[in-house]
Each structure stands twice: as structure tokens, then as C-alpha cells.
Design a protein around this ligand. Structure first.
Ligand SMILES: [Zn+2]
Length: 251
């Protein structure tokens, strides 16, 4: 039987052996937040961990990779008004990520790819990278998987060109990776505006999702299908594999 690539499913000895083999660590970071009337709040966590697992399994036998436990909480103030949502504040998020990275480093790993699965985390992660470089000896790289895979995602989706929220894309992925967490009877009402920022203002401002989407959806989940989800999962998996194998990304 091939060994699981998931940190949480391995023994300490197996993880020490992976560190000795200079395995790359995938660190999924996600969120726990409302995803409309039809999806469980764990979407970002389930999907982010799911695509990381697929990527690690895809390179098994070629290069050592381990998937660290998923950080299931992120920056989600913009979803709090709907309930069901957890959020960090910036100092806490920074501290937790640093604690994870330092734990990984102390076990002898040298390379970490933070794989983000939640839009609300993107700017925070970018801002933390200099601190991670200074405060750890790790090579830390960060990506948001649905941005990384955007060229392929665009070819699968019909109603939208990129991943929105609880939308055609996320709902399709859930139908493929965690079908039991989709409430099919609620799909008819799982519709929202097409964009969260309808008109660029040239100024930054904070807005709750509640202020522009009654359902908590951005996009149209009625266009989702399991078949699209399976294709999206492959596209996302391959994009992460691409980074793992890209010497320039680790230079
Ligand atoms: Zn989401």
C-alpha cells in the first residue's frame, strides 16, 4: 500500500523520514465561513485540502511531498454577518501561521508551499511573507490555488470566468470532492450578483458580503455540475504540481 501524503495520517517516525528526504511541505490555509444556502461552511477547507492531497498523490514516487494539517480558520470578517463563520484578526493570523511554520522547520523540513484556498486571506499572506522570510530559515512560497489555476479554470466554467463564492466553480468542486456537503434542494435559490465589486472605485473599502448579496452567493450555483468539478479538480491539482516541480519557484 502506498503511504498517505497527509501529515495527520502519518506516524512521527514516518514524518521524520520525509523531513530527512527533504520533502516539500504543502500547507493548506483556508477558512470556515458561510457559503450560501446550499453548501456547508467548510467549503474552502475541504477544497483546499482536497486539491493539495490530489497534487501530493500525483507526484508520489517522483518527489517527496507531505500535506501539513489544514489551517481551517482565516480572515473572514466579510462573511460574519451570515453566521456559521469564524475569523482571525491580523495579529492572530500572523502568529498562528508563524507557529505552524516554526513547528515545520523544527522537524527539519526546508521548503513550504502555502496553498491558500480563500480570497480573504490573499492580501494578509502577501503582507506576511517578508516576516516569514526573516523569522524562519524556511523557503516559504505562497499561492492561491484558484488564481494559480486560473487559465485552466476559465476553460471549464460557463457562467463566470473565475472562482467567485459558493458559485458555479466552488459548487462544482464540492459536487466532485465532497458531494454529501451539497444541499441539492437549495440550489434553485443559490444565486447572487455576478461580482463582489461591480464597479472599481479607485479607493479601498471594507464591505460585508451582506451588503451586496442576500444569499451569501456571488455567482450562480445552478450552473454547477459534478463533471465540471472533476475537471476543475484536475486543473487545480496540475497547477500545484507545476509549482512543486518548478525549479525557478524555489530558487
Ligand atoms: Zn469559498
Amino acid at each position: 500500500m502506498t503511504q498517505s501524503p497527509m501529515w495527520k495520517e502519518l506516524t512521527a517516525a514516518e514524518i521524520r523520514a520525509l523531513a530527512a528526504a527533504d520533502a516539500t511541505v504543502l500547507l493548506p490555509v483556508a477558512s470556515m465561513e458561510q457559503h450560501g444556502p446550499h453548501l456547508a461552511v467548510g467549503v474552502d477547507t475541504v477544497l483546499c485540502e482536497g486539491v493539495c492531497r490530489l497534487a501530493a498523490e500525483a507526484v508520489q514516487g517522483e518527489m517527496p511531498v507531505i500535506v501539513a494539517p489544514t489551517l481551517w480558520c482565516g480572515m473572514a470578517e466579510h462573511h460574519m454577518a451570515f453566521g456559521g463563520t469564524f475569523t482571525f484578526d491580523i495579529p492572530t493570523y500572523r502568529a498562528v501561521l508563524l507557529a505552524f511554520l516554526k513547528s515545520i522547520e523544527r522537524h527539519g523540513f526546508k521548503k513550504v508551499l502555502i496553498v491558500n484556498g480563500h480570497g480573504g486571506n490573499i492580501s494578509a499572506l502577501a503582507a506576511f511573507l517578508p516576516d516569514f522570510a526573516v523569522e524562519t530559515g524556511l523557503k516559504v512560497r505562497a499561492t492561491t490555488y484558484f488564481e494559480l489555476a486560473q487559465p485552466g479554470i476559465d476553460t471549464v466554467l460557463e457562467d463566470q470566468e473565475r472562482i467567485r463564492h459558493a458559485c458555479e466553480g466552488e459548487t462544482s468542486l464540492m459536487m466532485a470532492l465532497a458531494p454529501d456537503l451539497v444541499r441539492h434542494d437549495k440550489l434553485p435559490e443559490a444565486v447572487g450578483p455576478t461580482h463582489s465589486t461591480p464597479r472599481p472605485l479607485g479607493v479601498a473599502r471594507f464591505r460585508s458580503y451582506k451588503s451586496f448579496s442576500d444569499t451569501g452567493v456571488v455567482g450562480d450555483a445552478r450552473r454547477a455540475s459534478r463533471e465540471k468539478g472533476e475537471r476543475l479538480a484536475v486543473v487545480c491539482r496540475d497547477a500545484i504540481v507545476g509549482v512543486l516541480k518548478d525549479a525557478e519557484a524555489w530558487a
